[in-house]
Ligand binder design. Structure first.
Ligand SMILES: Nc1nc2c(ncn2[C@@H]2O[C@H](COP(=O)(O)OP(=O)(O)OP(=O)(O)O)[C@@H](O)[C@H]2O)c(=O)[nH]1
Length: 300
């Protein structure tokens, strides 16, 4: 019998890694392997998931819905060779159109060993409230359209939640998690209808996003870092990183920013220096200016 593959999609920062982490931590005895595609060359998501399962493989430097389709298939074969898991979870990057990944997974050789089961789309309720234009975003709509299961994240009771659920319903999607709950992993499997090879071409707009990956071997001063991020925030869609501040060089902190909301929390990791990924709209985000501003912060 082929191993089911669960594909988790959703816009930048929607909560895909958080959702998968919860699945892995509450796997109900299932052996789950995770394949994680980050947009850039620093695979923060894979690093974050490594503590939750033995088998996490990061795919970086491209997108599995287009340039890395071959890498995805090779990785999947490798995962299957390493001892058949009960389930493979693939986290798409926030810029991926799941149609491209579904097409790749229709590979005639692979399909007997691993077959795409459900596609879960994480929909960020807070993002929809803050940025109603998201409803018209072609990439966001393509991610939603592909979904067998729509899971809401960042829900606040009231706050227009009923109208979000109703509007998703009008688009033909039943949104789960309006009460903050998530389905158990076993209940996510087998939810797909008959899946045809997607006829349309994936929504790809490689020029839409600009990203910067920055690392330094030492630390950065906290107040100056916050100032730089504050200045950049208007042009950023997503930022994440593992940062050591000069004031507390012993702590490796997880920095997250989605839209205007930023947070710092203990990462539980012990990686040296700092690593940061910034993603913005290409028309607004000046990566070289951002790099220079970050370089000016680096301390030994
Ligand atoms: N309050 C709240 N925060 C959440 C929820 N889900 C995710 N977050 C936060 O949102 C931020 C992004 O979450 P991730 O899980 O990394 O999002 P992602 O979709 O994997 O992000 P990318 O892979 O970078 O596109 C983090 O700071 C999370 O802690 C949620 O349900 N509620």
């Amino acid at each position: 019998m082929s191993v089911p593959v669960l594909l988790v999609t959703g816009f930048l920062g929607a909560g895909k890694t958080t959702f998968i982490n919860e699945l892995l931590l509450d796997a109900g005895g299932m052996r789950i392997a995770a394949i994680v595609n980050d947009f850039g060359s620093i695979n923060i998501d894979a690093t974050l998931l490594e503590s939750a399962t033995d088998e996490v493989i990061g795919l970086k430097n491209g997108c599995i819905c287009c340039s890395l389709q071959g890498d995805l298939l090779r990785t999947l074969r490798q995962v299957l060779r390493n001892g058949s898991p009960d389930l493979v979870v693939i986290e798409a990057s926030g810029v991926a159109d799941p149609a491209g990944i579904a097409q790749a997974l229709m590979d005639p050789v692979l399909i007997g060993a691993a077959a795409l089961d459900s596609i879960v789309c994480i929909v960020d309720a807070e993002d929809l409230a803050n940025d109603p234009a998201r409803w018209q975003d072609p990439l966001w709509r393509a991610q939603l359209a592909a979904a067998d299961v729509v899971q809401l994240s960042k829900v606040t009771p009231g706050d227009g939640l009923d109208s979000v659920v109703a509007r998703l319903g009008a688009l033909g999607k039943v949104a789960l998690g309006a009460d903050g709950s998530t389905l158990a992993v076993r209940d996510l499997i087998g939810r797909a209808g008959v899946r045809l090879v997607p006829g349309r071409r994936p929504v790809l707009d490689s020029g839409r996003f600009a990203s910067l990956e920055w690392t330094c071997a030492g630390t950065v001063p906290m107040a100056a870092f916050q100032q730089v991020i504050g200045r950049l925030s208007g042009s950023l869609l997503r930022a994440k990183g593992l940062i050591r501040f000069t004031e507390k060089p012993g702590d490796c902190l997880l920095f997250q920013m989605v839209g205007k909301r930023a947070s710092l929390s203990p990462s539980g990791l012990d990686l040296p220096g700092c690593r940061l990924v910034l993603i913005g709209d290409a028309s607004a985000f000046d990566t070289e200016a951002a790099r220079a501003a970050l370089e000016a912060l680096a301390q030994e």
